[in-house]
Design a protein around this ligand. Sequence first.
Ligand SMILES: CCCC(=O)SCCNC(=O)CCNC(=O)[C@H](O)C(C)(C)COP(=O)(O)OP(=O)(O)OC[C@H]1O[C@@H](n2cnc3c(N)ncnc32)[C@H](O)[C@@H]1OP(=O)(O)O
Length: 254
Amino acid sequence: MSYSISTIHNCLLFTIQREERRNAIDFDVMEGLREFALRLHEDTRISAGIITGSGNQAFCSGGDLQVFHALETEAEARSMLQPMSEILVQLAIVPVPTIALVNGHAVGGGCEIATMCDFRVMHETAKAGFIQGSLAITTGWGGATYLFDKLADPQKAFKVLLEAKPYDAKTLHAIGWANDLYTGEKEEALERIVRQYVSSHPSVMRAYKSRRLDQLNIQTLKGQIEREVNDCARLWEQPAHHEAVAKFLSKKSK
Ligand SMILES: CCCC(=O)SCCNC(=O)CCNC(=O)[C@H](O)C(C)(C)COP(=O)(O)OP(=O)(O)OC[C@H]1O[C@@H](n2cnc3c(N)ncnc32)[C@H](O)[C@@H]1OP(=O)(O)O
């Protein structure tokens, strides 16, 4: 199985289990995230959702470049980008807070997933960034929309997207992307997250998440994300993107 869903205290924990590919997202993990969102919507005993990656090297390295390389045209790209963006919207609007435990690198789509969550707790040696630009595409799962919503300074969000590079944890903490940094083991960080972020009564957690959702206009959010999907799909079919992916994959075979 390329993912697991378990409970820790009264939280639901989603772990991407693809350490050998730095927890890249394939179609199976997409289905897992759909199931995770559904359970967070339906199980009223749950107080929070946490997403992390297996091992210590990566939270998530984005889309699986080997698997998604088979998608060539704009329409083929959209057939993956659109459902994934819809899954992330479903996760963004779950009735409980969500936390990304960024245990290692979070790049590309991995950074989009972490940014969609309400909070990000990051290992001090991890790096994260919207590197899509270096592959001649844009964010396509809603990441830019979530970033503009999460960072207080839209200029900083804009710059982070344009620079298309991974940043260290200290920098991400300073600009407000990472809410907390941790050292040591992931298991200890998980316990700390539960103590720190999930200490209130479940009904309090849910009530405050409702107030947070009051701040979002879901229809506007969906419209912005749809435009993001369109941009990414359009750029996806261009030779510049396929060449950049082929370059990464050829490094792998050497
Ligand atoms: C569709 C949504 C849009 C996107 O997500 S676009 C962005 C796609 N992601 C990327 O370009 C990131 C590619 N990966 C990397 O830059 C690095 O692997 C990363 C995450 C910084 C980790 O670096 P290292 O710890 O040095 O690991 P490494 O490069 O030696 O990789 C270890 C093995 O994992 C594989 N891998 C890493 N990221 C992958 C990916 N996204 N898709 C498919 N395979 C991936 C990599 O090829 C390598 O495999 P192998 O051991 O050579 O067989």
